[in-house]
Design a protein around this ligand. Sequence first.
Ligand code: C5P
Length: 219
Amino acid sequence: MIITIDGPAGSGKSTVARKLSERLGIPYIETGAMYRAVAWWCKKNNIDIEKRENIINALSNMNVRFLTAGASFIVMHDGVPLNDELYNPEVGDLASRIAQIPEVRKFLTYRQRTLASYGSCIFEGRDMGTVVFPEADYKFYLVTSLEERAKRRVRQLEEKGIKVSFEETLESIKKRDYQDENREIAPLKPAPDATIIDTTNISADEVVETILTSMSGAH
Ligand code: C5P
């Protein structure tokens, strides 16, 4: 069983996917962390991402693994899990830029489909229901107002000990939405058969209940 949860930055996809994973007892994959991992690797190695051959080399040398463990998704580098490194705003912006590069999308799409071959899984991202798993059993797309998403992102970063301003966060989300929605390959948009859930005024637990109800009604 494949469940996809797509939506823009800050719509609560990761929290919802993690909670749903706990409820259903199946792993979840945070595909944004995979794009962030490539961005982090390029930054760490001072790779000029404007040059296609540099990106191709970086992908073949990238010594990063993606693992699931219970209801956690882990990005490992040299046997150490990456966490805070992936979530700073600079890596987020770079992730959105490298996500426009066809070789990067092809590489990560392949990795995502490989992870799916191990069994039932929840995939959250931008193009899970449209491109990576068009045949998914259940597809959801989360929408949330821009202000609420910026508020959530500030709170989330604060919890990780990273301080950012609300205005800057709002601007960076706006820019990221634009890049994600307007890129040529796999732009951010709901699959025609996705169930759209507005999460602006409801908690992550309520979103999970909505998803479970919709899944039980579908079959
Ligand atoms: O979800 P998150 O904000 O961590 O994703 C970081 C960036 O990775 C997004 O802005 C988007 O450009 C890219 N991404 C993508 N496709 C996915 C997941 C993330 O293009 N499936």
